[in-house]
Design a protein around this ligand. Structure first.
Ligand code: FES
Ligand code: FES
Length: 1002
């Protein structure tokens, strides 16, 4: 796929100026922060039932049975209260009811009559010396809000907690926050923020460098500073607008009717009669309402309809869309609609789909193989045949759900430009506005310039909001019925209809020579790509490159297939298949070290790739390959932890108590008294410590990967970064301004921002593949350098120079002289900029040949992590006691943000290892689909290794996906260390582990 930069759309100049004026955020702006549309004006206080919300009395016009969350959002316009599940599972909707934290989605507003409610907006009104204000400051300063969708619920819950316990223990905080789910942060910085307010100290061993206020970050010191997020304030105030928080008042509501069958033919009955029979229903959408009803990630693989055309290939596929008044569409169900299905036997697994007589899901792929991936170097079969040590292994993984707390939501509307051409505007949560624009243009047969994508604040993505979801349905409805259209997916719908991590079935062989040298790795993997292509090709191509791990191995062959089935669509999910293959690779490396009698860390250290080595694709690593430095950073704690676990187990096997000094020697590990209140160590508990390494190519695999940025200088001396790199919680709206400030040579506080909007910002590509810091960071750097060069040229000053912005007066000094210019004398362009710098970066890569030889990525992230676990041999339960993570990030542009990414990745890796398994129709809610809660995440020690990447902006690479990849294999290796059992399937649920332990004992 090669998506070229398109020139910006060309709306009228006056419109541009207005849009820019609205979009520019002084210092800490976010897109879409406009007044909420629904009920922003309170209803007249004439109702009999009354309620006090944030100190003001209101009537209740809604039915008394209305959920309190809906009343707050829809009737009062208080959209700071978020809805992640409508079922009491996620805690995003938490408010204070008469001072007590409650899930407002499961409280009827009628129950609140005469009572007092406080929402996150109410916390924002608290005086500066209050606990509420202190918590909001601490969340900002400590990086406790990433995507921010959980933040209102977390803050409200924390207020309740601190009112109950003014000086809570760590356990009390973990317990108190346990009802609010966060998918981004790994909770540690949230806990840290709460404890900081309570004055009871930190929880993790972190480099406790001071927070650097944006306003006082000096010139040239923005990169590397722990500045708060630019977009933190609206997230803690509840004013950031996510997809469900904004829509025109007159918008129709949509509801999607979905297939209950994984494979079926279907036909409609009399749709006109159906519509006529339901007042409030404006009409329905079918596939015929979308001119080209196909989309995909890769334009040459467009196989997915937005609405099915007589055949469904997966459970949850859209078959009919209802359009009309909210109450009507919400009341109607599939059983009410004239849709008749004829179910067919589904192909549930790659085995089914690859059977010789299997029906083809798509005519273009009669064998159901979407694509294959291959990397081959050396003669792997001969090397294995001649090896002194050969170890085979298998690994199986399941569907994993992104479980971002914000379900898909947004609105669309059509308008006409002055020349009469149609324009489509979509406001929705997305990781990839420019791809959305191009796909919608394709589907509605219009020019991309006729489409404007305005990303909402994004309440978590992790790859799941890269594919289109609500957008084509909204566009079709708004066009057909001539009114704006809006939708908010329900939680089950979000989980049922969107992509998942590919389930994988893998086998591999690792071999060593007589000296114990790793010499060969052979890998075969089938990845279940589900009903449609989505990111299947990326997974199939990325995995073979990484399959043999970050090690010096001469002979490698790695083969993959992405296989169509009638399962959930396998999409992008933090790592594109590499987390799956790393589970197998790191188990085999561990087993090899064990067979050779080597220490697992030292064996990996000896074989680690380093600068000057060639990878399995033949790529020469010229620099910034810091795996050995990562392992060296972990070494002291690793030795101590292994020794401690072995002493623990020795005592436990003799039926005695663990070492009395365990806790004092292990500040990160929980006191035994808290993990074993019933004193069962002597009978069943074992501890283990396991390590894993990883590497990860930063950015797209081989294909073009460009990003473009602009920096504009205003007549008042403010600098505007036009930043199209959507911040989905990973921090691009903070990191890129930091890079720009230093490249331009001005204080960070001079930077304003226009955030992603396809009319206002250039194409920065998608927020995925850990690419934005490296790729868009370079584009921001180049834009800053370009603007600086233009300014100095105007001033007639040569480098090295010092630049000063003092309001409209810019001055520069080059050592011998100083020049000044009044920016008000320059002619502004349509956006209001008097000077503009541009930056464009596309990482240099070389296409892979038939054997996968080439340069697939410009640079790689490296990491090592180790886990300390405790296993109950009788119950099969695993508790992770501590995680230690060392990541070579090239340069930490903002260490607080990088730590937050590592924490969040570890939390998701822990879920992958121990609890997360999506089963369509059974676990499509946040009650049955388990993700880690605050109490599941152990203390985490992060080591940031800065082996600078010469191509990176200030040396930086990326960390979003690397953060997760080593965690699950480290936990599995730790389970082996504790129990002697090698688990070959994740998640390692208690039943699976108990069975494996029983088999090993028998
Ligand atoms: S929205 Fe209320 S608990 Fe999830
Ligand atoms: S910051 Fe908690 S869910 Fe994103």
């Amino acid at each position: 796929m090669n998506r070229r930069d398109e020139p910006l759309a060309a709306p009228p100049a006056a419109q541009v100026a207005q849009d820019i004026a609205e979009a520019v955020r002084p210092g800490r702006g976010v897109p879409g922060a406009k007044p909420g549309p629904r009920g922003a004006t309170p209803q007249p206080d004439t109702q009999a039932l009354r309620i006090v919300v944030n100190g003001r009395e209101h009537g209740i016009a809604s039915s008394p049975a209305t959920r309190l969350s809906d009343y707050l959002r829809d009737e009062l316009g208080l959209t700071g209260t978020k809805v992640g599940c409508h079922a009491g599972d996620c805690g995003a909707c938490t408010v204070l009811l008469d001072g007590e934290a409650v899930c407002s989605c499961i409280v009827a507003v009628g129950q609140c009559a005469g009572r007092e409610v406080v929402t996150v907006e109410g916390l924002a009104e608290a005086p500066p010396d209050s606990v509420e204000a202190a918590l909001r400051r601490a969340f900002v300063d400590r990086g406790a809000a990433q995507c921010g969708i959980c933040t209102p619920g977390m803050l409200v819950t924390a207020v309740d907690l601190l009112r109950r316990h003014s000086r809570p223990s760590v356990e009390q905080v973990l317990d108190g926050l346990g009802g609010v789910l966060c998918r981004c942060t790994g909770y540690r910085k949230i806990v840290e923020a709460v404890l900081a307010v309570a004055g009871t100290g930190g929880v993790d061993e972190v480099d406790d460098a001071p927070i650097a206020p944006i306003e006082s970050t000096p010139r040239g010191a923005a990169v590397g500073a722990r500045v708060p997020r630019f977009d933190a304030r609206p997230k803690v105030d509840g004013t950031a607008h996510y997809g469900a928080d904004r829509a025109p008042q007159d918008a129709h509501w949509l509801k999607v009717l979905r297939s209950p069958h994984a494979s079926a033919r279907f036909e409609y009955g009399d749709l006109d009669a159906f519509v006529d029979a339901h007042s409030g229903l404006a009409g329905v959408l079918t596939a015929r309402d979308i001119p080209f009803n196909r989309f995909a990630i890769f334009p040459d693989l467009r196989d997915q309809p937005a609405i099915a055309e007589g055949r469904v290939r997966m459970r949850g596929e859209a078959v009919l869309v209802l359009v009309g008044e909210r109450e009507t569409v919400e009341r109607l169900e599939l059983a009410d609609a004239p849709v008749r299905f004829v179910a067919q036997p589904p192909l549930e697994s790659p085995d089914d789909a690859l059977a010789p007589d299997a029906a083809a899901l798509h005519e273009s792929r009669p064998d159901n193989v979407l694509c294959r991936g291959r990397v081959a170097r050396g003669d792997v079969d001969a090397a294995i045949a001649a090896a002194a040590v050969v170890i085979d292994g298998t690994m199986r993984t399941r569907h994993v759900e992104h479980a971002y707390i914000e379900p898909e939501a947004g609105y669309a509307e059509w308008s006409r430009a002055d020349d009469g051409t149609e324009r489509l505007t979509v406001f929705a949560c997305t990781q990839t506005p420019y791809m959305d624009r191009d796909e919608l243009a394709s589907m509605f047969a219009i020019d991309p310039k006729q489409v404007r994508i305005v990303p909402s604040a994004v309440g978590g993505g992790f790859g799941g909001k890269l594919d289109l979801s609500v957008q084509p349905l909204l566009a079709a409805a708004a066009r057909k019925f001539g009114r704006p259209a809006r939708i908010v997916y329900t939680r089950p719908e979000s989980m049922l209809a969107t992509t998942k991590r590919h389930p994988a079935r893998m086998r591999a062989t690792i071999a060593a020579d007589a000296d114990g040298r790793m010499i060969a790795y052979r890998f075969d993997g089938d990845f279940d790509t589900g009903a449609y292509a989505s990111w299947g090709p990326t997974v199939a191509n990325r995995v073979p490159i990484h399959a043999s791990g970050p090690y010096r191995i001469e002979h490698v062959r790695a083969l993959t297939r992405a296989v169509y089935t009638n399962g959930s669509i396998g999409g992008a999910f933090r790592g594109f298949g590499v987390p799956q293959s790393t589970l197998l690779n790191e188990m085999l490396v561990d087993r090899l070290a064990e067979r050779l009698g080597a220490d697992p860390l030292e064996y990996r250290f000896e074989h680690a790739l380093r600068a000057g080595d060639r990878t399995a694709t033949g790529q020469l690593l010229r620099a910034s390959a810091g795996l050995q430095a990562c392992l060296a950073a972990l070494r002291p704690a690793w030795r101590e932890a292994r020794s401690r676990a072995e002493r623990f187990n020795a005592a436990a096997m003799q039926g005695g108590a663990p070492d009395a000094d365990l806790a004092s020697h292990a500040p990160l590990v929980a006191d035994p008294g808290t993990t074993d209140p019933h004193r069962r160590y002597g009978q069943a508990k074992r501890r283990g410590v396991g390590l894993a390494c990883m590497w990860y190519g930063i950015g797209n695999t081989v294909i073009a990967n460009p990003s473009s940025m602009q920096a504009g200088l205003r007549a008042d001396g403010r600098v505007v970064l036009y930043n199209g790199a959507v911040d989905i919680g990973q921090g691009t709206y903070t990191i890129l301004p930091q890079i720009l400030a230093d490249a331009l040579g001005v204080p960070l506080a001079c930077i304003d921002q226009v955030c992603a909007d396809t009319d206002l910002t250039l194409d920065a590509g998608k927020s995925s593949a850990s690419r934005q810091t490296f790729v868009s960071g370079n584009a921001a750097r180049l834009a800053g350098e370009d603007l600086r060069a233009r300014l100095l040229a105007r001033l007639g000053v040569a480098e090295p120079a010092t630049l000063r912005l003092e309001g409209p007066i810019v001055s520069a000094r080059d050592g011998t002289r100083e020049a000044r210019i009044d920016l008000r004398t320059l002619q502004p362009d349509a956006r209001g900029d008097v000077l503009v710098g541009s930056g464009h970066f596309d990482p240099p890569t070389v296409p892979l040949d038939a054997d996968g030889q080439g340069v697939p990525y410009a640079t790689y992230g490296f990491a090592a992590q180790f886990a300390e676990v405790e296993v109950d041999l009788d119950l099969g339960t695993v508790r992770v006691l501590a995680m230690h993570a060392a990541h070579d990030v090239g340069r930490a542009i903002n260490p607080t943000q990088v730590e937050g990414q590592v924490h969040g990745g570890i939390a998701q890796g822990l879920g992958l290892a121990l609890m997360e398994e999506y089963v369509a129709g059974r676990t499509d809610n946040l009650h049955d689909y388990l993700i880690p809660t605050a109490g599941d995440i152990p203390p985490i020690r992060v080591h940031l290794i800065e082996d600078a990447e010469p191509l990176g902006p200030c040396g930086a690479k990326g960390v979003g996906e690397p953060a997760l990849i080593a965690t699950a294999p480290a936990i599995l290796n730790a389970i082996h260390h504790a129990t002697g059992v090698r688990m070959t399937e994740v998640p390692v649920t208690p039943d699976r582990l108990r069975t494996a332990i029983a088999e090993a004992r028998s």
